[in-house]
Ligand binder design. Sequence first.
Ligand SMILES: *[C@@H]1O[C@H](CO)[C@@H](O)[C@H](O)[C@H]1NC(C)=O
Ligand SMILES: *[C@@H]1O[C@H](CO)[C@@H](O)[C@H](O)[C@H]1NC(C)=O
Ligand SMILES: *[C@@H]1O[C@H](CO)[C@@H](O)[C@H](O)[C@H]1NC(C)=O
Ligand SMILES: *[C@@H]1O[C@H](CO)[C@@H](O)[C@H](O)[C@H]1NC(C)=O
Length: 569
Amino acid sequence: MKLLLSAFSFFLAPALAVTANTKDQYHLRDDDHIGPAMWVFGDEGLKIYSPDGKSLRKSTSAERVCHETSGYRGSTEVTLSCSFYDVVSDGKKFVWAAVSRGSSKIDVFSIDTGDIVGSFETCNTPRDLEYHPLRDEMWVRCLGVTENEVSYMDVFSVQSPTVDSTTRILMSDNTTDNSYGYMAIDNTMGDVGYTTMWGSPFLYKIGLSEKVVLEKFDIELAHGGYELAYSPVNQHIFVRALTCCTCGFEGADLGVDCGRYGTELVNITTGPSAGQNNVDGQCGRCDGSVADTLGVYEFDTNAETFVGKHLMEDGLGGDPFASPDGKYIVMFGRNGGRSVRVLEAGNPGKVSTVAFDIKLDFNTTSVEDDAVFNDFAFIQDGEREMIVLASGNENKLVLIDPKSSNPSTSYISFRDGDISSDGTRRQVEWAVGTNYVWVDGADASEVYIIDVGTKQVVETLTNVNSTKMVFVQNYERTRLQNMITGESGFGSDSSSTERAFGANYEDDNDIDAVGIISLILATVALAVGVVNLVVMKNRKPQSHGQPTSSINTSSKMDEEVSLGSKNVA
Ligand SMILES: *[C@@H]1O[C@H](CO)[C@@H](O)[C@H](O)[C@H]1NC(C)=O
Ligand SMILES: *[C@@H]1O[C@H](CO)[C@@H](O)[C@H](O)[C@H]1NC(C)=O
Ligand SMILES: *[C@@H]1O[C@H](CO)[C@@H](O)[C@H](O)[C@H]1NC(C)=O
Ligand SMILES: *[C@@H]1O[C@H](CO)[C@@H](O)[C@H](O)[C@H]1NC(C)=O
């Protein structure tokens, strides 16, 4: 087969070389291929834009991608729900979207065309998606269960999404309970993963082969566990611990106002009221209160033990988010955005250290005790390393350079006038490999595309109400392109895709169209390598390609290319 293909490729070679020169050579684009692009999901369905936002490559209506749901919170009214809680790409075939509250479907799109491949049955109200490259599986974490499949987690094979396998992963025996929680699933943990449940004080270890809960680890003193961040650097998990607190009376942890959820009788284990039992209060909604003293527990997945915990500078908890390479864990607290804490992952078994606390210059008026960051982007390639945060209380973002010992900050305003964020739900997404960062302003139905090099807004999209923006790139194609342009070490097999996905495409038995094309292209690259090198070395990638410096730093980039601008478990 390989011989045949390489013979074939000699005929194709000249044609392809021409194609690569006359078309968008960097992206291997052709008429039905959308190339690396920002996929914007929301009330209007799916819109796919070029990385600079200047061209709309594809649009699919809400009717085609959202799902009708009824009966949520007792309502019988049927509505189209386009919440798009999580969207994840496998980087080679599909883009997977957890769309609608109250629905048990997951949408799958073609990574190359943006077309919807199908809506597949899964557990109820899918919330969190994680791709496991070695197993080639997409894991789904749901809020509820369905009658057909009593499980809070489900799994799809990326090779054949239509084939459903049965899971029975239950963190609670009472399946009428909602099970808010997140997952950590990664190549470096092998065939186990971890998950949390909002009202349950355990970190659950999941057998990905057995598809059951294997074990659970006590999150001491906590009411539950919630957000998870995972660092492949030390194979540690960072779990946000939730607590109980008093409220509804003078001097209570939360004060006299209990908010919309009212009070129940609770036992307090943390903060100034610790030790009080059967007092008025609430659980799981105490973030930022004086009882929020557990913060983030750090769990060593090798030794299967907690090694320490982390608080914000003010001694209260924060939510953890990992950089794509897992080197940093960024913690957001409830402080209006005054500061963030950045941890640096240490050695396996050792508690991670505080890299720095950074004071930020955001307007905290009327949000002093609120979370204003809900998302961030981590720009990591070649020589650059930058944390990008945008406050939900101001139309401004900050660029933080984490590399120096005294990290510098710079600010970019992207809109005059009213705050355009939909509450604190401001999204930030990096168009990986480019200078463009996308920030949404859903309350004004806007999206801003900011060049972090020139610090200018290059484009403002209007009439786009986004709930999820994800940069999608077919890394398999990019790898081939890089081979042709000789950028990632010509003929070397240390490709970004294999590093990023741990997948070995050559061993793939299922030789599909892409597989065949890749074989052809690989041999073409070898056969006409010299020609390509001569012709293409002079052609620098376009502005929306990887930075030109990548030619010198390709091996570093290979290691750092990831599926996105963050690694939110
Ligand atoms: C299960 O959970 C529901 C809703 O939280 C609750 O009303 C019910 O009493 C629970 N049942 C059991 C057996 O705990
Ligand atoms: C609080 O603690 C008491 C024992 O001191 C126990 O009987 C009760 O069930 C606990 N309440 C809750 C809500 O856990
Ligand atoms: C800060 O935010 C408050 C509340 O949104 C607003 O009234 C005030 O004008 C803002 N201040 C500045 C300097 O932008
Ligand atoms: C955009 O969507 C958000 C969340 O669904 C909503 O709160 C907001 O009002 C919407 N904005 C517009 C202009 O439709």
